[in-house]
Design a protein around this ligand. Sequence first.
Ligand SMILES: NC(=O)c1ccc[n+]([C@@H]2O[C@H](COP(=O)([O-])OP(=O)(O)OC[C@H]3O[C@@H](n4cnc5c(N)ncnc54)[C@H](OP(=O)(O)O)[C@@H]3O)[C@@H](O)[C@H]2O)c1
Length: 310
Amino acid sequence: MTESRTALQIVEGIDLSGKVCVITGASSGLGREAARALAAAGAHVILAARNTDALAEAARWIQAEVPDARTSTVHLDLTSLASVRAAATTIREASPVIHILMNNAGVMFTPFSRTKDGFEIQIGTNHFAHFELTRLLTTQLAAAAGARVIVLSSGGHVLGDVDFDDPNWEHRDYDKFVAYGASKTANILHAVEADRRLCELGIRAYAVHPGTVATSLARYMSRTDFSQLRKYAVANSAARGESTNGYLDFTTPEHGAATQVWAAVSPELADQGGLYLEDCRVSETVAPYARDAERAAQLWALSEKICAAS
Ligand SMILES: NC(=O)c1ccc[n+]([C@@H]2O[C@H](COP(=O)([O-])OP(=O)(O)OC[C@H]3O[C@@H](n4cnc5c(N)ncnc54)[C@H](OP(=O)(O)O)[C@@H]3O)[C@@H](O)[C@H]2O)c1
């Protein structure tokens, strides 16, 4: 069943005053909506994104929606580890304690390009940069004694697995669908291993599929891409034993952001982690390769090595 609550409804009765939340990609879509909900619950929300004007506009919008909201903005360009490191320093200076880190920013089905550090753009933006940001904020998360790291993945992880021999597409012809799938698989593996390693510091990690949400994420998609994705959705629904008319069933950011906000605040998730969440519940629809503990550890080691070398 699809989640019918909005992100704002999820935080009803939840008091986050005194808590600090960092959200990447907070300048639009799901990130902006999640920021509004967490601010409405009383948290100090640090909005991070690359477009300074859009970031300021998002902060103004949240203030208009939630007059007593407490927000700060941080410039963060995930296509540059130098920018990630500078943003982490700014965030650490702003707050010695972080209760919720929402690794939300992402790109999808982009034409082939590379980040400033030479990573393929989708896994570089969606995974490696967030891996480095999380690593750099671990002390502040541990200081919360009960922090949560929420990693936005996608049901689209089934489009592709991480190729450990060629994570940055140096030896294969590029497939933007497989590359997105690999980056979203990496997001789940990151949550699995982050939870295993960091739970002793009181940090729990979750991967989230938000549903199919009408946002600007689809900006790189052509008509042909949409019809290809519809075919895939039909095949995927059939594999899950569900019927579909072949049309993508879009929801709004208000509803789409519910699961990531639920992941951040739900008491039901206390003492649990490393889970894949969908429709405000634990979901089993994750591909076996994306929840494999050994592969999660392997990706962690690879990410550490790749980021340390850049
Ligand atoms: N919408 C869906 O149906 C759906 C489904 C499954 C998963 N997701 C996941 O949900 C997350 C949020 O997506 P959305 O739907 O809210 O899309 P969106 O509206 O396009 O928002 C993405 C955000 O990420 C930011 N971003 C992109 N590249 C960045 C970079 N290099 N550095 C810093 N920020 C960057 C964008 O900023 P700019 O505007 O400056 O690019 C924007 O603020 C993504 O991780 C996506 O994979 C979405």
